[in-house]
Design a protein around this ligand. Structure first.
Ligand code: XMP
Length: 326
C-alpha cells in the first residue's frame, strides 16, 4: 500500500473521539518507528508543526527536540506563544534561536520579492542546520506535512514553506499528520489540548512579515507593520471577524505621505488592510468589513503606531491581485 495515499475507507476526523483514536494510533506508530531514537522538528508555531510537536511530545516526550527559529519576521507575540505553550505548558525539549539580526542584516537593501523569499528560505536552512549539527545521534526528522502538501507536490504550487529542509539532512522522516486535511489537523490539535489561538490560526506565509514589509525591509517599518497587524488582529477578534475571515493582515509599503500631527507636518507610511476569503487560495474574494470597524482600526493604528499616518483598504480580488502583496 502506498503510505502517501489516504485510504478511501478513512473517515474524516471531526469529533474529539475520532481525534483521540487517531492520536492513540499515531502515538503507537511513532513509538514503533523511532524506538529510543531522537527526533528533530522545526517548530514554527504554525498549526501543522505545532500539532506534530504536541503529538510527538505525547508519544516520546523528551526524545523530541523542537527547534524554533525566530527569523525576526514573526507576528507580534508569536515566538513568545511557542515558548509559553511548548516549553512552559508541555515541558518540551525546545531550542529557541533568536536569529532576527542575522535575517534582517541579510535582507538589508533587498527589494525584489523572490530574492527576499530566497534569502529567508536559505538562511532558515543554514540556521536550522547549525542547530542540528550541535546535536548528536539524531536520526529522525519530524515534519508537519499534511495531505494537501502531498497532493500538491506534483502539481502547480509555487510556494514553499520556510522549513523546506535540504535532502542532505539524511534523516528518516516522521510525518504523523501527512494523511490529514487541515480541518482534521485542527480537531486533533484541540484534542491534544493546544490553545484555540494556535490551532485556529489563519494561514501565515513562511517568509512571514517579510513579504508584507514591501520593498527593502527596514527595522522601523517592520516594527510599525507588526504593531499595526497586532491591532488589526485584536479588532477582528473583538468584532467576531477573526473566526469568519480566511486571511487578514496589514502590508506597509516603502513610501511616505504627508500628514499632520499635533499641528506639525508628519510624514508616515500608509498601512494597507487586506481581508480575504477563499477555499483553496487560488482565487479569493474580499471580506466586507463594516465601516465602524474600519474607522476604529484606522483611529487606533494612526494614533498608536509610530510612523503610520494613513490607513488604506485593499478591495482587490484574486485574480487580479494575489493575496499577498509580494
Ligand atoms: P498568494 O499571495 O500567492 O498567496 O495569492 C496564496 C496563499 O499562500 C500564502 N503565501 C505563502 N506561503 N510561503 C508560504 O508558505 C510563501 O512564500 C508564500 N507566499 C504566499 C499566502 O499567505 C496565501 O495564504
Amino acid at each position: 500500500m502506498d503510505s502517501n495515499k489516504r485510504p478511501e475507507t478513512m473517515a474524516r476526523i471531526q469529533t474529539k473521539e475520532q481525534a483521540d483514536a487517531f492520536i492513540a494510533e499515531q502515538v503507537a506508530a511513532v513509538r514503533e518507528q523511532v524506538g529510543n531514537g531522537k527526533v528533530l522538528l522545526a517548530l514554527s508555531g504554525g498549526v501543522d508543526s505545532s500539532v506534530v510537536a504536541a503529538l510527538l511530545i505525547k508519544a516520546i516526550g523528551k526524545q523530541l527536540i523542537c527547534v524554533h527559529v525566530n527569523h525576526g519576521l514573526m507576528r507580534k507575540g508569536e515566538s513568545e506563544q511557542v515558548i509559553e505553550v511548548f516549553k512552559k505548558g508541555l515541558d518540551a525539549n525546545l531550542v529557541y534561536v533568536d536569529a532576527s539580526e542575522r535575517f534582517l542584516t541579510k535582507l538589508e537593501g533587498v527589494c525584489e520579492p523572490e530574492k527576499k523569499r530566497k534569502i529567508i528560505g536559505n538562511e532558515f536552512i543554514i540556521v536550522f542546520d547549525e542547530e542540528a549539527s550541535k546535536l548528536t545521534d539524531v536520526h529522525f526528522l519530524a515534519q508537519g506535512t499534511i495531505y494537501p502538501d502531498i497532493l500538491e507536490s506534483d502539481g502547480v504550487k509555487a510556494h514553499h514553506n520556510v522549513g523546506g529542509l535540504p535532502e542532505e539532512m539524511a534523516m528518516e522522516l516522521v510525518e504523523p499528520v501527512k494523511l490529514l486535511y487541515k480541518d482534521e489537523v485542527r480537531v486533533v490539535g484541540k484534542a491534544l489540548g493546544l490553545p484555540a489561538s494556535m490551532v485556529d490560526r489563519q494561514p501565515f506565509p513562511g517568509p512571514g512579515l517579510g513579504v508584507r514589509c514591501l520593498g527593502a525591509i527596514t527595522r522601523d517599518r517592520l516594527h510599525a507593520l507588526r504593531e499595526a497587524d497586532a491591532i488589526l488582529r485584536e479588532e477582528f477578534d473583538n468584532c467576531g471577524l477573526a473566526t469568519k475571515v480566511w486571511q487578514y493582515f496589514i502590508a506597509v509599503p516603502d513610501f511616505k505621505s504627508v500628514g499632520v500631527k499635533d499641528g506639525k507636518r508628519y510624514e508616515g507610511w500608509p498601512a494597507i488592510i487586506r481581508a480575504v476569503n477563499t477555499v483553496d487560495a487560488m482565487t479569493a474574494t474580499i471580506e466586507e468589513i463594516p465601516y465602524h470597524v474600519l474607522h476604529r482600526i484606522t483611529d487606533r493604528i494612526t494614533h498608536e503606531v509610530d510612523g503610520i499616518n494613513r490607513v488604506l483598504l485593499d478591495l482587490t480580488p484574486k485574480p487580479i491581485g494575489t493575496i499577498e502583496w509580494e
